[in-house]
Design a protein around this ligand. Sequence first.
Ligand SMILES: Nc1ncnc2c1ncn2[C@@H]1O[C@H](COP(=O)(O)OP(=O)(O)OP(=O)(O)O)[C@@H](O)[C@H]1O
Length: 243
Amino acid sequence: MPDPTPGITLSAATVILSDRVVLDSISLTLTEQRIGILGRNGSGKTTLLRLIAGLIAPQQGSVRLDGIDPYSDRKAALAAIGILFQNPDHQILFPTVEEELAFGLIQSGVSQAEALARVHQALAREGRAHWAKEPVSNLSQGQRHYLCLQAVLLMQPRTILLDEPLAGLDLPTQARLARRFADLPQRLVTITHDPAAVAAADRVLWLEGGRIAADGLPADVLPAFTAEMARIGERDADADLTR
Ligand SMILES: Nc1ncnc2c1ncn2[C@@H]1O[C@H](COP(=O)(O)OP(=O)(O)OP(=O)(O)O)[C@@H](O)[C@H]1O
């Protein structure tokens, strides 16, 4: 029976990859609309995102997404959650824009004709009806990112996971996408190494070595994170000099 409380719950969730504890007994309840997961390279952010999305299962503990187990109940998980990966080329499967956008809908049981109709409506709403037959390979990186966002939105998930959503995009594209994200009614979970990307979040979790190092408002977590990253950077620089 699904838990009527919407949100993401991890109970002592541990992920071990190749004999290595990558996430160490994490317990969390996330109910805020804008959640940031912040950490440096290798801290476990992508693994946490994959765990929440049900792409991997914890070796110990449990994960619940709006009351369902996202790993074992894939159909419910696909309706509940969408992921925008950092690299759109890891997400795009089809040669044309309309095929790419229709795929998720068709997978979820919508007829091909209905899926294409919804795709064309969505493109028209975005002022991009002319994109329908366009080869995806003709789109820039920023446009492919935007295409992937449209593909996620067409599925109308309640939660969207964003993996470094603005990395590698030019400043106008970053500003446009940030505005789009801010306007979305969905719960957004953003993973990033960049404190600025989660400055407006309702809650920020700082992940370090597969554990939650801090959890709170951006005003409390971000200065501590930034200071610690500067301290680590200085230490590494000193180590280089003494080599
Ligand atoms: N399949 C795997 N087998 C073994 N170790 C892994 C595997 N996948 C990830 N790891 C390790 O788990 C740790 C966390 O990786 P993860 O990709 O979750 O970090 P991240 O915070 O997303 O890093 P980045 O910011 O660099 O993308 C890293 O030390 C990584 O080497």
